[in-house]
Design a protein around this ligand. Structure first.
Ligand code: UDP
Length: 247
């Protein structure tokens, strides 16, 4: 097969750029240093964040794959870039919570750090202009974004991801508080885990002292954002070999 060549920009998001490639079924993702919070009202450039999230995400997608959870991830390109399957992204954010934090504690009378068992799973409609609203099952049906069987499948995969990620993070003394997933459909229509898994999209607490190792350091002006992401990478590196190159 011809070597992968990166083509035109297909989409630019808040933390990543997606490019066409010379292979129709493959797109190239570049992780950016831009940090945003509160629906992009707070913005900054954090030098090195892109590289950290790239490697953390690549390693976590590989760790998930090794434990039976498939994703769009195909392999790494040059530093900061990965090859992933071209998918049609479903405009939903799936949030799973093992411990209460963030918006949940602002919206409901639940104390931060409360254990949520089974993990709480919520769906949000992915639309910055609308502020990513929380969906009810009735509103999800109204939008007709998922077939009923896909709704079941989405939840089953998300709970598998949670189970496996919890196992992975426990090994490296990190508590997986909550995280956000996105999904897409391949040409054949199959739902597949997409996007990234990184301290931008997960709440991660150091197990011994609950030190925040994720984007809350940026949201709450705690400082040391890149250092905390670096700490996560160092521990994730301990899980296995260097991520694979895409051909
Ligand atoms: N999250 C995300 N993107 C979003 C919203 C949430 O990656 O657009 C992640 C967030 O980092 C956290 C989890 O989803 O790990 C739950 O976030 P929450 O709903 O508490 O929102 P927040 O407190 O970030 O407003």
């Amino acid at each position: 097969m011809k070597e992968l060549e990166i083509g035109d920009l297909l989409h630019e998001g808040k933390a990543k750029k997606v490019f066409h490639t010379n292979h129709k079924a493959v797109v190239a993702v570049q992780f950016k240093d831009d940090a945003t919070a509160f629906n992009a009202q707070k913005k900054a450039q954090l030098a090195g964040k892109g590289l950290l999230n790239w490697e953390i995400s690549a390693r976590l997608f590989e760790a998930l794959e090794n434990r039976g959870v498939a994703s769009h991830y195909l392999g790494c390109l040059e530093p900061g870039w990965m090859a992933v399957q071209a998918l049609k992204i479903v405009p939903l954010e799936v949030v799973l919570r093992n411990l209460a934090a963030g918006s949940l504690c602002k919206q409901l009378p639940i104390a931060p750090g409360s254990s949520l068992q089974p993990a709480l799973l919520d769906l949000f409609y992915k639309d910055d202009a609308l502020g990513d609203p929380l969906l009810t099952e009735a509103r999800l049906k109204l939008l007709a974004l998922l077939e009923p069987a896909e709704r079941v499948q989405l939840e089953a995969i998300s709970r598998d991801v949670n189970r496996v990620l919890q196992q992975i993070f426990v090994e490296i003394n990190i508590t997986l508080v909550d995280f956000k997933l996105e999904f897409g459909r391949c040409d054949a229509g199959k739902l597949l885990l997409a996007d990234e898994i990184s301290p931008d999209t997960c709440r991660l607490w150091n197990q011994s002292d609950q030190r925040v190792l994720d984007k809350d350091r940026f949201r709450k002006d705690l400082g040391g954002v890149v250092e905390a992401y670096g700490e996560v990478l160092k521990r994730v590196q301990g899980l296995g070999p260097t991520p694979r190159q895409y051909r």
